[in-house]
Design a protein around this ligand. Structure first.
Ligand code: UDX
Length: 435
């Protein structure tokens, strides 16, 4: 099939590469000329395992192309994917300005039978509005479909080629058939292709992310209660997870969820509800609990140091919002760094992938260390903010000798509290007994 993908962000790039890899001819379009040039050379601007190899291979066999020329990509395309950003606007709702601009620009170039598919996360009703706009601009009934993306950063290719399910929202059987053909290589009995209306598909994406975010805020609140009541959230998690109605997934407490999806989507769904005069009580609470959870490490640090962080040196391991990505959008580590700098502390950080992104924000206000152990030199405490494998089995003696004081604030529960005590560390974690 001949496909155009508009927008080479996370979703557009991964989708484009995977569709090319399964035998289609894919042209990806972006307005950023420098990015397009780099992509043409096979240079991928994000860290995503396996993506650069896949892009390079499909470039070399001419199944994947990159261009800034929208018209030449759209004209031959049987399927046009919209994967432009829909960031959070000032009022919490999704900002669709990039999307509307693209719809307007592609209208004169769309083939009569082309299916225009929205992959960007968009408010419920957007596909109907795109259909209306295209009717006005072209005078035709264009095929418009919603095909939300559920991939996780760090596992994006695997999630794309082995999706738990594919959701498409369509108005016609023809659009459903075209998309089913496109996804055929990735479907299995246990990975179904679900056809519904565009509104249901748009809603599915928000509901999935909102429920996952709810699980995290819920377990974080329970972890905070455990700390006060004396329970151990790890035991509680095991205790509830064996109930098949509950399960284990997405119930790890931590320093709050970040990333490009959960915070934005929870707020966008809230904004949609509020617009309709409905108070989204659970969604508001999920967001609020998460904002507070990003402060939990700060509160523990403040308490430990009696509110006197000025002049202290604090080491941070992990800056990305989760492991296996260089993405720092809404990362809890940034909230901590801001607080430490405000209080006059010296900050020494390490992350296996996210350092370049952090450098762009803080420049030389913090010390970026190439090796995790370097970050500990002379530090009054270590804070762990992302559960990279690199941090799971450190050399305890080396740590103790480098740190000025053997104090660890572990926001991801990487170590056993009892063992840490016997190793001589003052160890704070989330929702478990100890200090
Ligand atoms: C998420 C959804 O999983 C994906 O389906 C959607 O398309 C986009 O948003 P992603 O943002 O890549 O994907 O990250 P994910 O792995 O889901 O983690 C999100 C955040 O939740 C991270 O900050 C992570 O640390 C946190 N988290 C996750 C927890 O704190 N506890 C958990 O148990 C699970």
């Amino acid at each position: 099939m001949e496909i155009a993908v508009i927008g080479t962000g996370y979703v557009g790039l991964v989708s484009g590469a995977c569709f090319a890899d399964s035998g289609n001819r894919v042209t990806c379009v972006d307005i950023d000329a420098a990015k397009v040039e780099a992509l043409c050379r096979g240079e991928v601007p994000i860290y995503e395992p396996g993506l650069e190899e896949m892009v390079k291979h499909n470039l070399s066999v001419h199944r994947l192309m990159f261009t800034t020329d929208l018209a030449s990509a759209v004209e031959p395309a049987e399927v046009v994917y919209l994967a432009v950003g829909t960031p959070q606007g000032d009022d919490g709702s999704a900002d669709l300005s990039a999307l509307w601009k693209v719809v307007e620009q592609i209208a004169p170039h769309l083939q009569k039978d082309a299916v225009l598919v929205t992959k960007s996360t968009v408010p419920v009703g957007t596909n109907a509005r795109i259909y209306g706009m295209l009717k006005e601009l072209t005078g035709r009934d264009c095929e418009v479909a919603s095909n939300p993306e559920f991939l996780k950063e760090g596992a994006a290719i695997d999630d794309f080629v082995k999706p738990d399910r594919v959701v498409v929202g369509v108005r016609s059987d023809r659009a459903a058939d075209v998309l089913r053909q496109l996804y055929e290589p990735f479907l299995r009995t246990e990975h179904p292709f679900l056809v519904m209306t565009p509104e249901s598909a748009e809603m599915t994406k928000y509901v999935a992310n909102a429920l996952l975010a709810t699980k995290i805020s819920f377990i974080n609140e329970m972890a905070n209660l455990c700390e006060r009541m004396g329970g151990d959230i790890n035991d509680v998690r095991r205790g509830i997870g064996h109930d098949s109605r509950i399960g284990f997934a997405f119930l790890f407490p931590g320093v709050g969820y970040g990333g490009s999806c959960f915070p934005k989507d929870v707020r966008a769904l809230s904004a949609m509800a509020t617009d309709l005069g409905v108070e989204p009580r659970i969604l508001l609470a999920v967001d609020e609990v998460n904002t507070c959870q990003k402060q939990v490490m700060i509160e523990k640090l403040d308490k430990h140091f009696g509110g006197k962080l000025s002049g202290k040196t604090i080491a941070i391991w992990g800056l990305a919002f989760k492991p296996r990505t260089d993405d720092i959008r809404e990362a809890p580590a940034l909230v901590l760094i801001d607080h430490l700098l405000e209080e006059g502390a010296k900050v020494q950080v390490h992350d296996p992938e996210a350092m370049d992104n952090v450098r762009k924000i803080y420049g030389n206000k913090i010390t970026l260390c190439d090796l995790e152990m370097e970050a500990l030199a002379g530090a009054d405490a270590l804070c762990i903010m992302t559960e990279w494998n690199d941090y799971k089995r450190p050399d305890w003696d080396e740590m103790a000798s480098l740190l000025r004081a053997p104090v660890i604030f572990d926001g991801r529960n990487l170590y056993e509290p009892e063992r840490m005590q016997s190793r001589g560390f003052t160890y704070y974690s989330v929702g478990r007994p100890g200090v």
